[in-house]
Design a protein around this ligand. Sequence first.
Ligand code: ADE
Length: 252
Amino acid sequence: MQADKIIGILGAIPQEVNGIITQLKNRSEHKIGNRTYYQGYINDQKVVVVYSRIGKVAAAATVATLLLEFKVDSIAFIGVAGGIHADVKVGDVVVAKNLVQYDMDASPLRPKFEIPLLGKTYFDTDESWSKETCDHIEEMFGLENLYQLITPSELAKFNITTPKVHYGTIASGDQFFSTSTQKNNLKAQLPEVLCVEMEGAAVAQVCYEFGVPFIVIRTISDNANEEASFSFQSFVEEVSLVYGQEIINKMF
Ligand code: ADE
């Protein structure tokens, strides 16, 4: 990344970005539209870090503010997601190749999932930035590196043994998945989806419309089924915060 550019970093909830905010050098705070934006530096990279709150509207409003008020040049979203594809396990990380809004349905006017008047269903992330991020995460998952970040007993608590990085499709919508019925419906309609969350495709649409490169990184916190809410709370506090800090540090 180029030091003269500004990167916007956002998560949905405080736990997803607090680890990053505490590391900022020359930090300043700016309150706009019910959110607090933290400006500062990570190594020599100027960044603005914020949590959007949950859901597509909250994420879209936050991205628009990052673009218009803070003039960021690119956006990285970091957070957690529920695993959908059978190969995706708790503790893995999914880096988005593209994103889709699974709850957009203007049929029969337009095909299901297509954003009306935009004529697009899938929004692509920046390919080279995403692939570079996959390489950094692979490195983090080297066992010695991983044990330096999270103790073996914490990893065992979530059954994490050899976590993997996946690169593919992420689906977003305004629902927390906590039943197998929700999960199976999504799988049947969009079989290529790796994981589900509640903001990424909104971030993607706004970045696409403003012509700004972006990436979305999601650690799998749960299996998007009946056990999801239990796993979600403890996972965010104990694992994803640590991953997030490390991934962002390796980026700059
Ligand atoms: N983010 C993390 N877990 C999720 C789930 N099960 N459904 C939607 N968003 C999520």
